[in-house]
Design a protein around this ligand. Structure first.
Ligand code: ADP
Length: 353
């Protein structure tokens, strides 16, 4: 049989509030967890009604709990609000059980309460972010769709005229295709985000020569855009052979290079610097564009955030690129070189963590 002191020590060692009360709601015991959560010491509350913890806007809560207890009912993980000694309102999850004497008569109740204010705040924040994401995504999808409809209507009207000018119609059709392309990019990226968030985007690692991949991607982009992209590697080439998801990492590199090209003047070269350290490989993409303002530096990684509307884009590239780097156990960070421009650095660990 456990000594009562031992049981008392267990009750006191928990982070939860453990409170004993009579059936009319008078507090008869109060552990240290209760003191931490509610702010009252044992001496301040024993003998007082439990209602001191209940916010004024819930007058019906206590009578209903007490009557359920009197009928032998247990109330489990009940999410509610309580008032601390300081007056602060907190979120708690409470389990209240009837306590019986040797004859089985209900003589009181024990309440175990956990402070869930932080969790509740996190849940609310997650829901807010989700709602905001849906509304921004819907808005972003609507914009190219509106262009698409408007142009199609115009084409219909032009086709109905006798003096049809094929060049004008062709220009309209091009705009329709561009809007459709934008929609496709948006939908593909939204699907990527949804896969990443639901944990369905699987990284398929295979031994990949990252130096060769970056060089061929850079040379392909340099050819199609007529721009200068220099790739430099240091140390032995074999150090750049790492087990990564080649398709996804190429996507990250293309994204960073595209941005560098998009946001810097035509005549300025892009420099890609690859370094290898014992634990990781780094790919740094440096441009000589306008750089990114200090208060934008975190936000550019948020979905749909765009700080410049001059270049085409949907504002999801960096968000997805960072997620892919993180799925590899790596990082994607931004550095701002003292002599201007931006430097995006992907770090991929050699060993998957
Ligand atoms: P997108 O380019 O489609 O808008 P991204 O997620 O790739 O979306 O980038 C988000 C924002 O970050 C861009 O709209 C742009 O304002 C800024 N940005 C990204 N890369 C650069 C860069 N190399 N130089 C300056 N600004 C950049």
């Amino acid at each position: 049989m456990w000594a009562p002191e031992y049981l008392a020590a267990i009750v006191d060692s928990t982070d939860d509030a453990v409170i004993g009360k009579t059936l009319d709601g008078t507090i008869i015991s109060w552990n240290q967890g209760a003191q931490r959560i509610y702010g009252y010491t044992q001496d301040e509350v024993v003998g007082r009604p439990i209602s001191i913890l209940i916010p004024e806007d819930r007058p019906d809560e206590l009578p209903s709990i007490l009557s359920r207890l009197a009928h032998g009912e247990r109330i489990e993980h009940y999410l509610t609000k309580r008032r601390r000694k300081s007056g602060e309102i907190i979120d708690v999850s409470v389990t209240i059980s009837p306590v019986q004497d040797e004859t089985g008569r209900i003589i009181g109740a024990s309440a175990i309460a956990r402070d869930v204010t932080a969790q509740q705040k996190a849940v609310k924040e997650a829901l807010r972010i989700r709602d905001e994401f849906i509304s921004v995504a819907a808005h972003e999808l609507r914009t190219p769709l509106t262009t698409l409809y408007a142009r199609l209507q115009l084409i219909e009207r032009r086709l109905a005229r006798k003096d049809l000018d094929p060049a004008t119609v062709l220009a309209d059709v091009t705009l329709v295709r561009q809007a459709a392309d934008r929609l496709k990019t948006l939908i593909d990226r939204l699907l990527d985000i949804s896969r990443i968030r639901s944990g369905q985007l699987q990284i398929e690692r295979e031994r990949t020569d990252l130096a060769a991949m970056v060089e061929s991607t850079a040379s392909m982009l340099a050819q199609t855009t007529g721009r200068e992209i220099n790739v430099r590697t240091s140390g032995p080439r074999e150090n750049y052979v790492v087990a990564v998801d080649a398709v996804r990492i190429e996507e990250v590199v293309v994204n960073l290079l595209y941005n560098a090209l998009k946001y810097s003047p035509r005549e300025a070269a892009i420099d890609v610097e690859m370094t290898s350290i014992p634990s990781a490989v780094r790919i740094a993409v440096r441009d000589r564009g306008p750089g990114i303002h200090a208060d934008e530096q975190t936000r550019i990684f948020e979905p749909f955030h765009r700080s410049s509307a001059v270049a085409p884009g949907v504002g999801l590239g960096l968000h997805i690129a960072r997620e892919i780097a993180e799925l590899h156990g790596g990082t994607l960070t931004l550095e701002t070189p003292a002599d201007g421009g931006s430097r995006f650095v992907v770090t991929l660990p050699r060993e998957s963590r």
